[in-house]
Design a protein around this ligand. Structure first.
Ligand code: UDP
Ligand code: GLC
Length: 420
């Protein structure tokens, strides 16, 4: 990896020439922008809509004129990209899918032939572009292994905290060596992610540009949240109940079970779980239903499933919860709660503490502590003035520190530097 990326802000003129409305299809992108921007092949391992994919959706949707997206699995992400005018190619191999997170030696050997087919296919596409942008860990492995074939500058957007809490030993080792040998630039989604990269690879954490995800605050402004009762009725939610909302895929480390335990201590609060088990965690989803029944709170827990209209669902809530039990690398849902002008209670670990300042723009609790979470919910419920103050500051911080414009500016800068 080359040591440092220039992390200073772009000159105003460059910003002018590279930024258009996020999501604007290429047909309306100015020709100057198309000429100035290097061409990019983006690679992502998932067809599902997780946070890393939403981050790429904004970027690829912004760069449609001279880019293409390779997905290593098909799914709803593909249609979302195509709707923004992105060209998408799916290069999948059933045997390779699913092997990465807890890779064992035997599994790795079994998938070698399929893996090399994918490496060659990605390299063949990459040769047609100036830069190869890898958005997930499996994309990193396949794109970086093909470096001798494509010889293109490689940039990796690291969305994860690279520790044993989250990943297997072999996977971490593969990532470490590929970053050292075949990746030219890494950008990370938080300082917490940068620190984990530094601990794993020995790279100086301060030399790795932190590029926070951007959240489109306008999508939240467009929701008419003034008549919350009407909004709730439209979404099929109880009109008058005091609602806590927890957004995100159903997965053990996202800690929905902690929220259920907290709810059991709060007799008349309702909990809305928005999200689905995206990566095979159906057994956990089932356990959540059983836990709600066992705690006697099933009538106050609403499983909404995956929803596209997150801004409206967030505006329908009285408080937004974040309950991850492992350090969250960034946490888009937190910034979204802030952009919805709702008070956010978040688990204080990982990138979350770079977003939420306790009692200033939100409320931090110890991860996994249901009793502390219940107390925090109780406090904000009992003090609407405090809740409103936090929400006002949160909205202002979401707009100023986590804008899509800033995210795209920093990303396009990183891509340009990688192309040099
Ligand atoms: N999300 C969504 N619909 C849902 C639940 C979640 O669109 O029903 C989105 C959510 O708005 C956020 C993303 O999924 O943008 C989750 O990203 P985050 O960074 O919070 O967590 P990740 O799943 O990437 O770990
Ligand atoms: C990953 C992380 C999440 C982060 C997202 C976008 O999915 O788990 O914390 O917000 O990437 O960077």
């Amino acid at each position: 990896m080359r040591p440092t990326l220039d992390a200073s802000p772009l000159a105003a003129s460059l910003v002018q020439s590279t930024l258009t409305d996020p999501g604007t299809p290429s047909a309306t992108t100015p020709a100057t922008h198309a000429a100035a921007m290097p061409s990019v092949l983006f690679v992502d391992q998932s067809g599902q809509l997780g946070g890393a994919e939403f981050a790429l959706l904004q970027l690829a949707g912004h760069c449609t004129a001279r880019s293409e997206v390779v997905l290593l699995a098909d799914g709803p992400f593909r249609a979302r990209l195509e709707a923004l005018g992105a060209r998408v190619q799916v290069i999948s191999d059933a045997r390779v899918s699913g092997v990465m997170r807890q890779a064992s030696m035997l599994n790795c050997l079994r998938v070698v032939p399929g893996l090399f087919r994918q490496v060659r296919a990605i390299a063949a596409r990459a040769r047609q572009f100036d830069v190869l942008f890898l958005n997930t860990q499996k994309a990193l492995v396949l794109g970086a292994l093909g470096k001798p074939l494509h010889r293109r500058p490689v940039i990796w957007y690291q969305h994860d905290i690279l520790t044993r809490e989250h990943f297997g030993r072999i996977q971490l080792s593969i990532v470490k060596w590929l970053v050292r040998l075949a990746v030219d630039h890494v950008v990370v989604n938080s300082q917490a992610s940068a620190r984990s990269l530094a601990a794993l690879t020995g790279i100086d954490a301060d030399s790795v540009p932190v590029i926070y995800n951007g959240i489109d605050a306008r999508a939240f402004d467009r929701v008419d949240g003034r008549d919350v009762a009407a909004l709730r009725a439209r979404l099929g939610l109880p009109r008058d109940a005091w609602l806590a909302g927890l957004f995100g895929r159903l997965a053990p480390w996202k800690g929905q079970h902690v929220a259920l335990d907290a709810l059991a201590r709060l007799p008349d609060v309702h909990l809305v779980l928005v999200g689905a088990p995206l990566f095979g965690e159906d057994a956990y989803a089932q356990r959540l239903h059983e836990q709600a029944a066992a705690l006697g709170i099933a009538d106050r827990v609403h499983f909404a499933g995956f929803q596209d209209d997150v801004p409206a669902w967030m505006k329908a809530m009285d408080v937004i919860l974040h309950t991850s039990t492992e350090p969250e690398p960034f946490g888009r849902v937190i910034v979204e709660g802030m952009a919805a002008a709702r008070p956010v209670i978040a688990a204080a670990a990982g990138g979350v503490t770079e977003i939420v300042r306790h009692r200033r723009n939100g409320w931090l609790v110890k991860p996994g502590d249901a009793s502390a979470l219940a107390d925090a919910i109780g406090t904000l419920r009992a003090d609407p003035e405090l809740a409103a103050q936090l929400a006002t500051q949160a909205l202002s911080d979401a707009r100023s520190e986590f804008s899509v414009e800033r995210y795209l500016q920093r990303m396009t800068q990183a891509i340009r530097q990688a192309a040099r």
